[in-house]
Design a protein around this ligand. Structure first.
Ligand code: ING
Ligand code: ZN
Length: 290
């Protein structure tokens, strides 16, 4: 982040999103032409789940693609004039560090349990948002992989997202949060009883993105709300973003389909990023032109 901020001063600024439980600074990049007129925003966060290593890799790829091409690519140059990309390359820094040091398959944050009779660590950050919190597909057991925390927004990493996104929500055209694995494009809502008012348009846009992905390397992605194509859940950032009025909100579940799972081989990093780039660009172009 320091490197690209220095190298592309004209179009990149780095800022602090907040702090992790272990007091590490979470940074984000703001990418686009500097301008006095108000600009629209595309949000992208990566690495909310520690073990999903292809996710932070994709945020890096995304930033690199934008910056290496904006001067020559008319599409990106138009994006840069009208929009800023807010990119959080690694949200769950504590958990990610833990996957390198102690347990490759750690998912949650690293905060200790809020209840004294439970000794497990970590809250699932993607169950901790204030969207039908603790209602379905989430656990109150602090040892569960999907522990939703003692209350909504109990985690500082979640609070950091909520504070910034809440401040700029009226400018955000689309909220994108990157996970693995499963090859899915998920849309609101995780809760089976809720349907977004723009469900049909959302679905169509997701399907267009999946088509663009398929054209790249032939990889199939399925599209829909989690409750319809997998299992229901609550407290996700995607649903929260839609709830506060952001019109388009998608979760990308990158490769693979379970063969290697979270331990995606190195030779799949580049093709995974290339196809995801095509999917994301389809969405960004649509919301930009709308
Ligand atoms: N998947 C997401 C999760 O938070 C999700 C999104 C929700 C997928 C519900 C399917 C069903 O569980 C991962 N991989 O983290
Ligand atoms: Zn995940």
């Amino acid at each position: 982040m320091n490197l690209v901020t220095e190298q592309y001063k004209d179009v990149v600024t780095q800022d602090v999103l907040g702090m992790t439980y272990e007091n590490q600074t979470i940074n984000y990049l703001k990418i686009g032409e500097k301008s006095d007129k108000p600009k629209k925003v595309i949000w992208m966060d990566c690495g909310i789940h520690a073990r999903e290593w292809i996710s932070p890799a994709f945020c890096q790829w995304f930033v690199k693609e934008l910056l290496e091409n904006y001067k020559t690519d008319e599409k990106i140059s138009r994006f840069f004039q009208n929009m800023d990309f807010y990119v959080v390359p690694l949200l769950n820094m504590d958990g990610y560090n833990y996957t390198w040091m102690e347990n490759r398959l750690w998912r949650k944050s690293r905060s200790p349990s809020p209840v004294s009779n439970c000794s497990c660590f970590g809250t699932d950050l993607n169950r901790n948002f204030d969207a039908s919190w603790n209602s379905i597909g989430a656990s109150q057991n602090c040892c569960s992989e999907i522990f939703c925390g003692s209350k909504a927004e109990s985690e500082s990493e979640v609070k950091a997202v909520v504070d910034l996104v809440g401040r700029i929500k009226n400018d955000i055209l689309c909220f994108l949060t990157i996970h693995s694995y499963g090859q899915l494009i998920l849309m609101p809502y995780g809760h089976p009883n809720k349907t977004a008012p723009n469900h049909d348009e959302h679905l169509k846009l997701g399907q267009n993105a999946a088509n663009a992905i398929k054209q790249k390397h032939g990889t199939s992605y399925r599209v829909g709300p989690p409750s319809q194509i997998l299992y229901p859940n609550s407290g996700s950032s995607r649903d929260w973003a839609r709830d506060i009025g952001i019109e388009f909100s998608f979760t990308f579940e990158l490769r693979d389909n379970g063969t290697f799972g979270f331990k995606l081989p190195e030779d799949q990093i580049q093709p995974t990023c290339e196809e995801a780039m095509a999917g994301v660009t389809t969405i960004v172009e649509y919301v930009h032109n709308k």
